[in-house]
Design a protein around this ligand. Structure first.
Ligand SMILES: Cc1cc2nc3c(=O)[nH]c(=O)nc-3n(C[C@H](O)[C@H](O)[C@H](O)COP(=O)(O)OP(=O)(O)OC[C@H]3O[C@@H](n4cnc5c(N)ncnc54)[C@H](O)[C@@H]3O)c2cc1C
Length: 110
């Protein structure tokens, strides 16, 4: 491998190893298919997948350096789009709160 490609390979490897944890989303789907409630699993899936999208887009920006932040580069839009996904349908902090409350047996509304 040529030296300039090595940093890109490290970013791709880091991102890919994170993506393998998408098993959490599959577990949520499996629980829902049984007809059971899957509040914790669904929150984990939403939180994990959207934060992973941010990490992947951020990794792309890192590879491109300053150019990645310019509007000439699609990576800037991918990052903005990915960051947006962490807000609707329960912002990341809210899902963390929901998971913690469920696991501790606390009311979701308290
Ligand atoms: C692209 C997009 C599409 C949307 N589509 C819809 C739609 O179709 N229908 C609809 O009804 N709404 C929609 N929304 C609105 C979306 O649901 C809200 O933006 C979202 O619920 C967050 O609410 P907020 O913006 O008022 O932020 P806030 O609730 O004010 O949150 C601001 C920050 O504080 C954190 N926070 C809030 N409460 C707590 C807490 N108790 N503890 C710790 N941290 C906390 C949040 O995680 C967040 O980081 C959309 C938003 C976007 C960006």
């Amino acid at each position: 491998m040529t030296a300039p490609l090595r940093p890109a390979a490290i970013h791709v490897g880091t991102t890919t190893s994170g993506i393998t944890d998408l098993r959490v989303a599959l577990r949520a789907a499996a629980v829902l298919q049984t007809g059971e409630q899957a509040r914790v699993e669904v929150s984990m899936a939403k939180l994990f997948c959207t934060e992973m999208a941010v990490r992947a887009a951020s990794s792309g920006l890192r590879v491109l350096g300053g150019l990645g932040l310019t509007k000439d580069c699609a990576a800037e839009r991918y990052y903005r789009d990915a960051r947006m996904l962490t807000i609707p349908d329960g912002a990341t902090q809210i899902h963390k709160l929901m998971i913690g409350r469920q696991l501790l047996g606390l009311s979701a509304l308290g």
